[in-house]
Design a protein around this ligand. Structure first.
Ligand SMILES: [Zn+2]
Length: 277
């Protein structure tokens, strides 16, 4: 669905409780989220929303730094770890969804990097989405480069709003690498085995071109694939924690490369460090 059509639904009070805003770049996703939030909470009559001038519209801004919140009914969750948005952060964010709005006729909750929600954090969202709201409408806006970066359970309960092409998405590659990781991870979970660790490192090597030692993109794709693979229900909580720690370390890959270490060695080293039991 387009942003225009989504804004019309919001004016009519018929918007889905959960929307995924994907495509564009980060700036584009944030400005779309602000426009939707203003439309949902604006004080003017429906056909004039968002007016951009009322007491609500003017205070709905993207928070700058910690505690920078201007409108009490517009909440933003930024990722709290380098690779992920933790379940603790998600739970404390969702606590605000249990109370009635302070000033506006509803509440809007924006998740800045929904692709980074850990499986537990995504489940906390699903639970909140399934609870009927008691008094007034709540809308959740999940921002992500691609809707396919989100868990299928979240996707199936949300309206996907495509904001147009922007940065290279890489969603397909993340999906194919995380699919390639599933089998060796499960096998390793049944009986720890060094061969599986090499298979895991090998799958991560497909994350992109490693030619440029300063390129961050392949490391980000590898980290995103590991975060996604950690959502597999057949894995133990301990394995999921190990995978999330591995994903964090993958983002330091470029620093190791600049010291002259080959990508294959770095991948194998990190996989062994985190998953060898
Ligand atoms: Zn307004």
């Amino acid at each position: 669905m387009s942003l225009e059509a989504t804004l019309r639904l919001a004016r009519a009070g018929e918007l889905y409780p959960s929307c995924i805003l994907h495509g564009a770049d980060e700036v584009g996703r944030r400005s779309a989220a602000l426009e939707l939030a203003r439309t949902l909470l604006c004080g003017r009559s429906a056909d004039q929303r968002p007016c951009g001038a009322c007491n609500h519209c003017r205070r709905i801004e993207w928070p700058q730094g910690a505690g920078g919140q201007f409108h009490p009914d517009f909440h933003v969750l930024e990722r709290d770890l380098r690779t992920s948005t933790s379940v603790d952060a998600a739970r404390s964010f969702l606590r605000a969804a249990q109370v009635t709005p302070f000033e506006a006729r509803g509440q809007v909750f924006a998740v800045a990097a929904a692709e980074s929600l850990t499986p537990e954090a995504a489940n906390a969202f699903l639970k909140t989405l399934e609870e009927p709201h008691v008094t007034s409408p709540r809308n959740f806006l999940l921002l992500a480069p691609s809707q396919f970066d989100l868990l299928p359970t979240l996707r199936s309960r949300s309206l996907a709003v495509y904001l147009g092409g922007g940065e290279e998405v890489g969603g397909d590659r993340i999906a194919s690498i995380s699919a390639a990781l599933a089998e060796p991870l499960r096998a390793h979970s049944r009986s720890p085995n060094r061969m599986e660790l090499f298979a895991i490192a090998g799958a991560l090597q497909e994350a992109g071109s490693w030619r440029d030692p300063r390129a961050r993109r392949p490391w980000e794709v590898a980290a995103a694939a590991v975060v996604r693979a950690s959502g597999d229900r057949e894995l133990t909580p301990d394995q999921r924690r190990r995978l999330l720690a591995l994903a964090e370390d993958l983002l330091s890959g470029p620093d190791l490369r600049i010291r002259g270490i080959q990508p294959q060695r770095i991948l194998e080293g990190l996989v062994h460090t985190h998953l060898d039991v």
